[in-house]
Design a protein around this ligand. Structure first.
Ligand SMILES: Nc1nc2c(c(=O)[nH]1)N[C@H]1C(S)=C(S)[C@@H](COP(=O)(O)O)O[C@H]1N2
Ligand SMILES: [Mo]
Length: 404
């Protein structure tokens, strides 16, 4: 590929100007993003350190934001951590600007001592860090062959989250043993509210204020969000301002009219918390191309119920399956990287991956989901096996399947 084509125009002009004076080694003082490339970088002084780092101008991954969400470019990533600026975002009423000095979290309802926590109060409690994913329950799209992993399922991302365990705050306020649910409420214009079983609060819920080593990003809920490992994205209330303990669910809009799923016999499933096990091959995938010979198939697998136990790969359209190698660390409720070395003989074929988690749950095919839930099934919690078609010349295409 001709890399010069990818350089921003301004950088190219500067590059031309500099190569004309390249003899003046040491005088070049351009930001790293505007640096010309040099055939011999040993002959020219590099850029001095900046206030923040920058991406190579040759790498331009983007979230391709729409009006309602920005999706992670899974096909451009290595490993299990999503760079914070590429973490997917879904906000029902935009990203609010919140002054951290004015931020307050109220915990009240069935508690001994209703309390208000400022951000600095939250940070005084013993903290924990945990690597885990967040996935939107509406994370499946299909339709055409020219779809990337980002377009098919880019509403999942993984960060190292830092914050205080909700159980710590529950003890601080003295949650009543009779409380069975709590309401989480955001301070954005959507005033997002969800009811959450109190056991999740005692078990592993966090109020997160850190993301990948720095303050949580505004798009992810700055200055603090609720983090519920493994549970559907929308319950992870961002910009959280209020928690109310109760002995029943609150039946908010988000859990009655929205975020419920039509299943068989005109029934509707409500409170479907867990994100089911899933995987996707991110290399090779559309729009990449491959050559005959050895190919390391790569991708991610994850489960909201536990650890990934194994990932099975088929390179012949599902006739035979082999085990992929799981890259350590294999963490609970976390994106797990897998690799499978494959020798492609150059003939057209179909490759796919299937995740199995440590509860024994098998990632289903789309047909199994339709059989289980009926043709009327809703668009949430769809985690089908994803297939890629490899054409004779090495072009890779998504294999879309009809479901509606
Ligand atoms: N306050 C508030 N919290 C929210 C939302 C919102 O619109 N407002 N969106 C929810 C949805 S639908 C999802 S999928 C996740 C997305 O988290 P992210 O934007 O950090 O990836 O946040 C959830 N929490
Ligand atoms: Mo979502």
């Amino acid at each position: 590929m001709d890399q010069e084509k990818k350089l921003p125009r301004r950088a190219m002009i500067k590059a031309a100007a500099i190569s004309a004076t390249a003899a003046f080694v040491g005088k070049v003082n351009l930001p790293a993003t505007e640096q010309p490339t040099n055939d011999d970088p040993t002959k020219i002084q590099g850029t001095p350190p900046g206030k923040v780092g920058t991406r190579s101008p040759f790498e331009q991954p983007s979230k391709k934001a729409s009006d309602i969400s920005g999706r992670t470019p899974l096909q451009d990533l290595y490993g299990i951590i999503t760079p914070s600026d590429l973490h997917f975002e879904r906000s029902h009423a935009g990203v609010p600007a919140i002054n951290p000095d004015k931020y307050e979290l109220l915990i009240h309802g069935m508690v001994e001592r209703p309390m208000i926590f400022k951000l600095k109060d939250l940070k005084r409690f013993p903290a924990i860090s945990r690597i885990a994913f967040i996935e939107c329950s509406g994370n499946f799209r299909s339709g055409k062959e020219t779809m990337t992993p980002q377009e098919i399922c880019g509403l999942t991302s993984q960060s190292e989250w830092t914050g205080v365990m909700l159980s710590t705050l529950f003890r601080e306020v003295g949650v009543s043993p009779k409380a069975t649910w709590f309401l989480a409420e955001g301070s954005d214009a959507a005033v997002m509210t969800r009811s959450i079983p109190v056991e999740k609060g005692w078990k592993d819920a966090m109020i997160a204020y850190g993301q990948n080593g720095e303050a949580i990003r505004p798009e992810q809920g700055y200055p603090a969000r609720l983090f519920l490992p493994g549970w559907e994205g929308n319950m992870n209330v961002k910009w959280i301002r209020r928690i109310e303990l109760s002995d029943q669910p609150f039946m908010t809009r988000e859990e009655t009219s929205k975020y419920t799923e039509t299943i068989k016999d005109h029934k509707i499933r409500q409170f479907s918390f867990d994100m089911d096990a899933r995987s996707i091959i991110t290399y090779p995938s559309y729009p990449q191309e491959v050559e005959k010979g050895w190919i390391e198939i790569r991708g991610i697998a994850w489960s909201g119920r536990g650890k990934i136990e194994r990932v099975e790969i088929s390179t012949d359209g599902g006739k035979h399956w082999q085990y992929a190698r799981l890259q350590e660390p294999v963490l609970d409720k976390a994106h797990t990287y897998f690799r499978y070395l494959w020798h492609w003989d150059g003939s057209p074929t179909e490759i796919m991956s299937r995740a199995v988690d440590d509860t024994g749950y098998y990632q289903p095919f789309l047909k199994q989901l339709i059989d289980a839930r009926g043709a009327e099934m809703g668009g949430y919690h769809l985690n089908p096996v994803t297939s890629w078609l490899i054409e004779r010349g090495g072009r890779v295409l998504f294999k879309p399947e009809k479901w509606k």
